[in-house]
Write a protein that binds this ligand. Structure first.
Ligand SMILES: C[S@@+](CC[C@H](N)C(=O)[O-])C[C@H]1O[C@@H](n2cnc3c(N)ncnc32)[C@H](O)[C@@H]1O
Length: 262
């Protein structure tokens, strides 16, 4: 799997690719990342990569020509290095894209990689998008200063799903893995002394009874998801992911009962 990142700020990637649990995937080459500094592909003597928008208006637009040249170079290099790979997916990060979710991350994590285009300023010349982009991805309904953080979010999410990257198969229990939010977690001490008095942990977690703990966690996950994201419950139900016991717990929540141990 190889991601080629076209960016004006390659320096932003270093720390994220070399720190934390995901560095295993990057250092080991499971997820290869190549950075392509866009300024290297500027076509004029001033190494300009942006200019004013036609029609006026605030801000600058990333120029088409350096992006076209960079994309041609990336494609040629990928074709030489990855002989059996077809034309790569080209991702543009933009608030106008499809909001990123775990299902998309899982699909990218099982794929061959992509070319990632990081926008800056007011965005990139539309002709580049029309000619090359196969996927547009948004982080959500807000605006950040550049596509680099969005690219890093995708790379991190993909890297942690690679086999052997997480110490335990904890990704399977993360939020969204089964379509629901993950419930609360506790660690030592059993009794936290606070100014408001001692704060304990749910007794079931100390019971050592694995089936009861698993059921409690599932109930907490259902309760949290029903409270915060009822849309996810509806989707899980439509996908046939809720058991009869899950439905019983949800029905009791609707009647106002807290799940056992909550
Ligand atoms: C300042 S933003 C440009 C926003 C653009 N003028 C607009 O209103 O849609 C600069 C770059 O940051 C990235 N960006 C900003 N918000 C984003 C989001 N929610 N998701 C993904 N990328 C985003 C895009 O690559 C964008 O080209």
């Amino acid at each position: 799997m190889r991601f080629d990142v076209v960016t004006l700020f390659p320096e932003l990637f270093g720390a994220h690719l070399t720190q934390g649990i995901t560095r295993r995937a990057f250092a080991g080459g499971q997820v290869e990342v190549r950075l392509w500094p866009l300024r290297d592909f500027a076509t004029d003597a001033y190494r300009r990569v942006d200019d004013r928008p036609f029609g006026g208006g605030p801000g600058m637009v990333m120029l088409a020509e350096p992006l076209e040249t960079a994309l041609a170079a990336v494609r040629a290099e990928r074709a030489a290095a990855l002989a059996d790979a077809g034309p790569p997916a080209v991702v543009h990060f933009t608030p106008a894209g499809r909001p990123l979710d775990q299902a998309q991350v899982q699909a990218w994590a099982a794929g061959r990689g992509a070319v990632l285009l990081c926008g800056r300023y007011e965005g990139i010349d539309q002709r580049v998008i029309d000619r090359h982009v196969t996927h547009e991805i948004s982080l959500g309904d807000y605006v950040i200063s550049g596509g680099e953080l969005a690219a890093l979010v995708l790379l991190d999410a993909v890297a942690r799903l690679q086999p052997g990257v997480l110490a335990e198969p904890s990704a399977a229990e993360d939020s969204f893995a089964d379509g629901l939010l993950e419930g609360p977690a506790y660690s030592r001490p059993e009794l936290l002394q606070t100014a408001d008095g001692p704060a304990g942990v749910p007794a079931v977690l100390l019971s050592g009874h694995h089936a009861h703990i698993a059921r409690w966690r599932r109930d907490q996950s259902l309760a949290l998801t029903a409270r915060r994201r009822p849309d996810l419950i509806a989707r899980a139900r439509a996908a046939g992911r809720l058991s009869a016991e899950d439905e019983r717990v949800l029905a009791s929540l609707a009647e106002g009962d807290a799940p056992a141990g909550a």
